[in-house]
Design a protein around this ligand. Structure first.
Ligand code: ADP
Length: 212
C-alpha cells in the first residue's frame, strides 16, 4: 500500500487531554508527536537563553512570544524531514498558524472542546513526569505509587503553571487567543471537533498507512 505523509495538529485548552490523545494517535499510526510545551521545556533545560524565557513566560502561564515559538517549532519540523507528525499545542495563535500554513499544508486538525469547569479541575489534579512529558491525574489516572512515575520511578511534579492562580489566567488567554485559529481551520480543512469529556477515536478504524 502506498504510504502518505500525514501532517496534523491537535488544538485544545490546557488540560483538554491533547497530550494523552496525541500519544494514543501517534502510537497507533506511528506518527511523530511534537508538543510545543514539552519542546519549549526541554529546550529550556539545554539552552540558557530559552531557560530565561521559560522563567519569564512558561512558568507564569504566559505564551512565549510568537517569533520565538514559531522559529523553534519550524526549525524542529524542518529537522524532521519527511516524517508524518502530529503537532500538539502549536499553532496557538493566528500568527503561528499563518507562519505554519506558509510552509506546510495540514491534512487534518483535531479540536478538543472541553467545558472550562472540567479543565480547571483536571489541571489542579495534574502531575507530570517532566523529562518525558508523561501526565497523570490524581483523580482518574493516578500513578501506581503516589508521586512516582510508573515507568522510570522518578518523582512527579506539579507544574508551576498548573497552580490555581495561573490556571484561570491560562484558560482565559486560551479562549481569547486560540478562537481565531479554530475558526480559521474549521473553514479551510478537514476539521474534527470532539465536544465534552469523552473522546471516541474514530480514527482508530482508518486503514490508511502513513509514512513514518
Ligand atoms: P498544556 O499542556 O497545559 O496545554 P503546554 O505544555 O502545551 O500546556 O504549554 C505550556 C506553556 O508553554 C504555555 O503556557 C506557554 O507558556 C508555552 N507554550 C506552549 N505552546 C506554545 C505556543 N504554541 N505558543 C506560545 N507559547 C507556548
Amino acid at each position: 500500500m502506498a504510504s502518505k505523509i500525514l501532517r496534523a495538529a491537535i488544538l485544545g485548552a490546557p488540560g483538554s487531554g491533547k497530550g494523552t490523545i496525541s500519544e494514543r494517535i501517534t502510537k497507533c499510526f506511528g506518527l511523530k508527536h511534537l508538543s510545543s510545551g514539552d519542546f519549549l521545556r526541554s529546550s529550556a533545560r539545554s539552552d540558557p537563553e530559552i531557560e530565561l524565557l521559560a522563567k519569564r513566560y512558561l512558568e507564569r502561564g504566559y505564551l512565549v512570544p510568537d517569533h520565538v515559538t514559531t522559529h523553534l517549532m519550524l526549525e524542529k519540523l524542518k529537522s524532521m524531514g519527511n516524517q508524518s507528525w502530529l503537532l500538539d499545542g502549536f499553532p496557538h495563535t493566528l500568527a503561528q498558524a499563518e507562519a505554519l500554513n506558509g510552509i506546510y499544508q495540514l491534512d487534518l486538525v483535531i479540536h478538543l472542546n472541553v467545558p472550562f469547569e472540567t479543565l480547571k479541575e483536571r489541571l489542579r489534579a495534574r502531575w507530570v513526569h517532566l523529562s518525558s512529558g508523561r501526565v497523570y491525574n490524581m483523580t482518574f489516572n493516578p500513578p501506581l505509587l503516589r508521586g512516582i512515575d510508573d515507568i522510570t520511578g522518578d518523582i512527579l511534579i506539579q507544574r508551576d503553571d498548573d497552580k490555581l492562580e495561573v490556571v484561570a489566567f491560562r484558560l482565559r488567554q486560551y479562549k481569547d487567543i486560540t478562537k481565531p485559529v479554530i475558526d480559521l481551520y474549521s473553514l479551510i480543512m478537514a476539521f474534527l471537533t470532539f465536544i465534552g469529556t469523552t473522546l471516541v477515536l474514530m480514527l482508530m478504524n482508518s486503514n490508511k498507512s502513513f509514512q513514518r
